[in-house]
Write a protein that binds this ligand. Sequence first.
Ligand code: UDP
Ligand code: MG
Length: 310
Amino acid sequence: MSKLVSIVIPAHNEEENVVVIINRIKQVFEKLPYAYEIIIVDDGCKDSTLLIVKQLAAENHHIFYIELSRNFGHQPALKAGLDHAKGDCVISLDADLQHPPELFVEMLAKWEEGYDVVYTRRQEDMSLSMRKRKTSVYFYKLLNSLSDTEIEPGTADFRLMDRKVVDIFKEFKENDLFIRGMVKWLGFTQFAIDYMPSKRFAGSSKYNLSKMRKLAVHGVTSLSVKPLHTAVYLGFFISLLSLLYVPYVAYAYFFAKHVNGWASLIVTVAFFGGLQLIILGIIGIYIGKMFMQSKNRPTYIIRSTNIKRD
Ligand code: UDP
Ligand code: MG
């Protein structure tokens, strides 16, 4: 029997894209010696995405859907798909056709060579806005300087994972997901393929600047506790620096009649007040995460699906 490849696609209001992407995937598999299943995860869509997928699923036994009870976000939606995929390997990609399904051929070839994870690296896309490209570059710089797990620029959730990797990933009980970092952390043998991203086919991007910022904070704090160490080093550094001030204070005490210092005082107080709040906030983020995790709530909730449990 031929090997089964699962395709997982999280979708949030992608009614114009689902039919196109499913057709493209079908065409790719016509030339490949694999059985396949396509799992569309409906992440709280407000449009007719689910209706369309349900219709397609009725005609085509390769197509499955998982309807989440509300919008949980891209990462939990992807986790839902990975948890329910049955394939010998699982490929995840976005619904908007920015990730070309034609790359599957190369990814599967590398998998057959023995790689456990085949991930993709987006080449610089000149059609993206300058701001988006710049934010992406800074995003990774910041992420890597603050985190222990190295994340390469241009990697998104377009990757192939072998069954054994997916099975281990399924055991992860953390609800604070940053999947690309977690997969890198897992190790195994990983291979990168570079590709040119296509333009979003239809609809609009669901990631705006504030979501990017959230993802950055989230990425750093879910992968490491390095920011806490940074606070300690910063504290030591500033304490040492303040020693430089001692001679001046001694001089002023013994020799100066009037000491002018209002301006420097107010600047120092405001600066360190701010710094303390920032560090308190960082500690707060970690405590918040512990609080959320301690509730042990499910990462996502399924409203309906046509995937049968075995
Ligand atoms: N997505 C999702 N839930 C969300 C936001 C996005 O499932 O809350 C899906 C979306 O349908 C797409 C993928 O995640 O398949 C990537 O989203 P998008 O294309 O908006 O992000 P970008 O490519 O701009 O980073
Ligand atoms: Mg996109």
